[in-house]
Design a protein around this ligand. Structure first.
Ligand SMILES: Cc1ncc(COP(=O)(O)O)c(C=O)c1O
Length: 164
């Protein structure tokens, strides 16, 4: 029976060239990159090369690139890490249609005494930029809005959101 997989927005097959590139790190170069010995050091060199390439692609400095193990950790690190830099600001804005990993951080922040604003979307899943503008105050530390919704396919106007 032929299988047709139509859930590529949830997870997709690893590209063959990515699989090929990563394979040696399961069998040959498996040292801990933070180790002091040569076996780990050669892996650290490769991690740093990858960091340089990602930075180059994004037009960022390599020191700004942090590799994480998964999406949930990335969300937590970005949101909680940024809030940690603005301890005097206690307001977090997100939308009702974020991934559960972000919604869970919003609930956590609510329990921690933060004011949390969850913006609603319309029947077509679109955000109202005026709602966002109205929600932002001088107490707002972080606005966390996804770029594209994985269920509705709606792409949020991230550049306009940043200018709000
Ligand atoms: C924004 C966001 N956060 C978290 C996740 C969950 O990722 P993971 O299972 O790697 O933690 C996803 C998955 O698609 C995501 O889109």
């Amino acid at each position: 029976m032929k299988t047709v997989y139509v859930d590529n927005n949830a997870t997709t097959m690893v590209a063959p060239e990515v699989k090929e590139a990563i394979l040696p790190y399961f069998s040959e170069f498996y040292g801990n990159p933070s180790s002091m010995h040569f076996f780990g050091g050669q892996v650290q060199k490769k991690v740093n090369e990858a960091r340089d390439k990602v930075a180059d692609l994004l037009g960022a400095d390599p020191t700004e690139i942090v590799f994480t193990s998964c999406g949930t950790e990335s969300d937590n690190a970005a949101i909680l890490g940024t809030l940690d830099s603005y301890l005097d600001k206690r307001h977090f804005i997100t939308s009702r249609v974020e991934h559960a990993a972000v919604n869970n951080v919003a609930s956590y922040l609510g329990r921690k005494g933060y004011r949390v604003t969850e913006l609603l979307v319309d029947r077509k899943g679109r955000l109202d930029l005026d709602d966002l503008r109205e929600a932002i105050t001088d107490q707002t530390a972080v606005v966390s809005i996804m770029y594209a919704n994985n269920e509705t396919g709606v792409i949020f106007p991230s550049k306009k959101l940043v200018r709000s």
